[in-house]
Design a protein around this ligand. Structure first.
Ligand SMILES: [Fe+2]
Ligand SMILES: [Fe+2]
Length: 190
């Protein structure tokens, strides 16, 4: 179902496993940003009819945020500062201006972020099974939801303009493949 043209780099999983506390803080921010992204998409005229669907995604992301905060509390990990993601910044830098192109590009970026989260949560759920079963179950429980967000955003973009979305998706999948290969030593999900 996921369309990515480049695998998650081999050094990502060991980096994350060696820094789980920091990664959980980063994950909390990722869910917070996912909630605000869903709300930000509501500013586009083409998405006015989707406002309730976007609200539902924002609520779900806020619930994920709270679940990660609960985990942090349980593990005595303090909530802290977010790291900026060069991968997300790189995707967002290519969002064009003009209401309709911006809406389509923004939706594709959100879709790819959700898709990569879905993919990485699956990797974590499998890898953590023996190391940290509680965390493995937690990541496993998020996979379906993030996968649905990936598909929903892509469908919303296609609903605005299918041909344009295909062309931009082709562009963004190449960009993602290029950006994901850039080395990032910071303990973060993206
Ligand atoms: Fe989420
Ligand atoms: Fe999501």
């Amino acid at each position: 179902m996921l369309l990515f043209r480049e695998k998650v780099p081999g050094d990502w999983l060991p980096k994350v496993l060696a820094n789980l506390s920091a990664v959980l803080v980063d994950h909390a921010h990722l869910e917070r940003k996912a909630a605000t992204s869903a709300l930000n998409l509501e500013k586009y005229r083409d998405l006015y009819p989707m406002v309730e669907q976007l609200n539902a995604i924002a609520i779900e992301e806020l619930q994920h945020f709270q679940l990660v905060l609960d985990l942090l509390k349980k593990r005595d990990i303090p909530f802290g500062q977010p790291y900026p993601s060069p991968w997300i910044a790189g995707l967002m830098k290519s969002v064009r201006s003009g209401p309709r192109p911006q809406a389509i590009d923004h939706l594709i970026c959100c879709s790819l972020i959700e898709g990569r989260s879905c993919e990485k949560f699956q990797l974590l759920a499998a890898e953590l099974k023996t190391i940290d079963p509680e965390l493995a179950a937690f990541y496993g429980s998020l996979v379906e939801s993030e996968g649905n967000h990936y598909a929903t955003y892509l469908l919303m973009a296609k609903g605005i303009d299918e041909k344009e979305t295909s062309a931009r998706l082709n562009y963004y999948l190449d960009l993602d493949a290029q950006l994901i290969r850039l080395p990032n030593p910071l303990p973060m999900l993206h």
